[in-house]
Design a protein around this ligand. Sequence first.
Ligand code: PMV
Length: 316
Amino acid sequence: PVDGVGRSHGKAILIGEHAVVYGAAAIALPVPSVEAIAQVELLPAGETSRLTSRLHSGTFATLPAELTPVAAAVHAAATAVGLDPDRIHLRIGSQVPIGRGMGSSAAVAAAVVEAVADAAGAQLTAEVRHELIQTSERVAHGNPSGLDARTVVSDQPVRFLQRRPQGSVPVARPTSFVIADSGVSASTAVAVATVRARREAAPQVVDAVIEELSALVDPVAAALGSGDMTGLGAGMTRAHELLREIGVSSPVLDDLVEGALAAGSPGAKLTGSGGGGCVLALAASPQAADDLALALHAAGAPRTWTMTLAPRKGDA
Ligand code: PMV
């Protein structure tokens, strides 16, 4: 029996990664093509809470370390809605790849929080829900900005500044992107430390790059809001070049960007922390997305995901 269900999805960063650490704005995109789903069953008294997932099937007491953020999400959400966390059977399934900067931990946490609230028949406010997801994210990542936690529950691009959401970013017309996996796991902590070390060694050079990255955010948002694919793509490709200059790209990521551009993409860049992870490539039109995905496979991506941002009613 299923007493509560929750769903959420992945995310990608359109613009502003790394510069956001130094005070710039950033824009993150929802990626609905990779979903996380959670189901809660309320157990009769006397049974022991348990988790069923690809990585673990058994009690919470024997959970592997990588799933402790899930236990934190269950505990926080159950406590908030007045359920006994010891009487929950949680099932989770997630398509969001782990370690690719696509927000897998936040997506799973968001699905779990929603499923637990649903099982209690509780309506969470956006702020309470966000705090519960962040409780899990702190276990997963230490000091998360909240960008992942906001974007995995949004159906619109989200703009961020100084760890705070500044609302959604309008989209003028259906805009398709292909996300290409580099096949390499990314460590956000290592990438952030790489930029910090470079900045200590060459402050003027790195600060100039960060400033230019930060200056791309408004034009990119404006291009998305006016349906200017050329301008949007140009901003993305420039961001990739700048991110490469500060040491967070890799030969695989550069090849994927080159492959996308050669296939007619208006622009492409690494997305997220870099080092590994994924490339985000803009399709010239929604109809061009399949060919772009094939080109990215040919350029070395073991898998790709395609998504289309649609204008919200009133934004078009
Ligand atoms: O790869 P992700 O999604 O964890 O993105 C990290 C974004 C950075 O700007 C590199 C770091 C940060 O904390 O904002």
